[in-house]
Design a protein around this ligand. Sequence first.
Ligand SMILES: Nc1ncnc2c1ncn2[C@@H]1O[C@H](COP(=O)(O)OP(=O)(O)OP(=O)(O)O)[C@@H](O)[C@H]1O
Ligand SMILES: [Mg+2]
Length: 204
Amino acid sequence: MIITVASFKGGVGKTTTAIHIAAFIAKRRGAGRVVLGDGDLNRSALSWYERGGDRIPFVVTDGDAVPDNYQHLIIDTPARPKDDELIALAMNSDLLIIPTTPAPFSLEATLATLSRLTALPEDRYRVLLTRVPPRNSKRGDRARDVLLNSGIPVFNGAIQTRTIFEDAELEGVPVYALKGTVAQDAWSDYEAIGREIWKEWGKS
Ligand SMILES: Nc1ncnc2c1ncn2[C@@H]1O[C@H](COP(=O)(O)OP(=O)(O)OP(=O)(O)O)[C@@H](O)[C@H]1O
Ligand SMILES: [Mg+2]
């Protein structure tokens, strides 16, 4: 399975999503060799991996040097792809994940671009709502409705805003490796997304 993570705005959780979806597939599914290809020149995923070492259950490679002996490949990308780049990313993947926050600036960019990209096959991509405010989950629900009403596929689950994700990044581990219920709740958000992915694309 090849999964690519891309977005129209920076800082919406692409790298965090790539790390945690790779962790889900590697850890929970014990599903062969999982490789995360870091295709962003700032190499955030790679430095996350270098900090964590063997506490990460998959391999992260420089995007220019992806090995060919993977079973599942997750690709992290820089923000703001051009329209044709995005279509190429989708066509070369089984699934393109597009994280967006419910904040108007992020949601509007996602909505405007995806409404224009009618060449993007619906079974190849899905929007993931990230950084959803915890005490105001209506924000997330409203954002999902707006996207669905425009015919854009969205994951049923969403990732809440939790500062523990920054702690995980700092330590170089997936969030489940940290102690406490907040860490486990944060991991549960990504697990639910992982299950949705596995159900639909797991045989790819
Ligand atoms: N659900 C979340 N709750 C709180 N903080 C988060 C969440 N997801 C990501 N972050 C934090 O937000 C920042 C940006 O996240 P991340 O690096 O994953 O985004 P990105 O889309 O890859 O950014 P860039 O476009 O710069 O590559 C990071 O510091 C990360 O720890
Ligand atoms: Mg990134």
